[in-house]
Every structure is written in C-alpha cells, then in structure tokens.
Design a binder for this molecule. Structure first.
Ligand code: ATP
Ligand code: MG
Length: 131
C-alpha cells in the first residue's frame, strides 16, 4: 500500500518506479480512500497498540494505492526495498528513507508474511488472476 502521506506528497509515480525497478510485477492495483471501518479492519492486528486510533485516522486522511505484487521471496524483498518502519532508521535508498516523514506517516505498507500477504490481497481484491 502507498499510504496517504506519500500520495498527498506526490510520490506515487516515484514509488511505483522503485517497485518496478526492484523487479516486482504488479498483479493488481487500485486507488481508493479507506473508510474508518475498512482501515480499522485492515490494521486489526494492532488494535491493542497505543497508536491504533491515530493510525486509523491517518490511514483514512486521504486516498491510498493498494497493490498485489509478485516476486520470488516477495515479502522479504519488499521489506528490504521499503526499509525500517521508522524512516529515520531506514537504510539510504529505501522507499521510507527517501519518501517518509515519520514512524506513522511512513509512505508504504508491506505484508509481513506470506499468509498475511494472502489475507491482505484478498482484503482489497477479488477475482485476481495471475498473469
Ligand atoms: P506496515 O505494517 O505498515 O508495513 P511495519 O510492519 O513496518 O509497517 P508495524 O509494526 O506493522 O510496522 O506497524 C504498522 C504501522 O503502524 C506502521 O507502518 C506505522 O504507520 C504505524 N506505527 C508503528 N509503530 C508506531 C508508533 N510507535 N507510533 C505511531 N505509529 C506507529
Ligand atoms: Mg506491519
């Protein structure tokens, strides 16, 4: 997901370029604004964390881009491409290092396991075919 901060700061194109240059194939993609209900459900795993309410507010503050990406070892490769959660700790050249402003407004989301990638892909898309 490209988060609302990166969308409103005009980084959609640059981030997609980095993703494609990183060898990922885009399988599905959409541009939408999440409702509180949808964002809350997406981040339900973080419901007990102190920043959950703010995270939901932030994720609904403007449109996002959701995509399903494909690559060998995609979860690990994508997390390497995006860098650490806190952009101040993200390695030089990573998407969060280049485009993120804070630990909350951190430009992108990446699935943290193959199982969650499946769940999150199904959350945003139906009728997805590999091609
Ligand atoms: P994501 O799941 O969005 O790819 P991540 O896996 O690197 O990020 P998580 O620990 O899953 O990090 O946290 C989910 C999101 O919650 C973060 O991307 C960030 O937007 C927000 N977040 C995490 N930690 C904090 C914090 N300490 N304060 C505010 N927001 C936070
Ligand atoms: Mg996470």
């Amino acid at each position: 997901m490209i988060k609302p901060d990166a969308v409103s700061n005009g980084h959609i194109g640059a981030i997609l370029n980095d993703i494609i240059a990183g060898g990922f194939k885009i399988i599905a993609m959409k541009y939408i604004r999440l409702s509180k209900e949808t964002a809350g459900a997406f981040y339900a795993v973080h419901a007990a964390r102190p920043f959950y309410g703010e995270l939901v507010d932030f994720m609904t503050s403007g449109p996002i881009v959701a995509a399903i990406l494909e690559k060998d070892s995609a979860v690990e490769a994508f997390r390497k491409l995006i860098g650490a959660t806190d952009p101040a700790k993200a390695e030089a050249g990573t998407i969060r290092n280049k485009y993120a402003k804070s630990i909350e407004a951190n430009a992108v989301h990446g699935s943290d396991s193959d199982d969650n990638a499946e769940i999150e892909g199904n959350f945003f898309f139906s009728q997805v075919e590999r091609f």
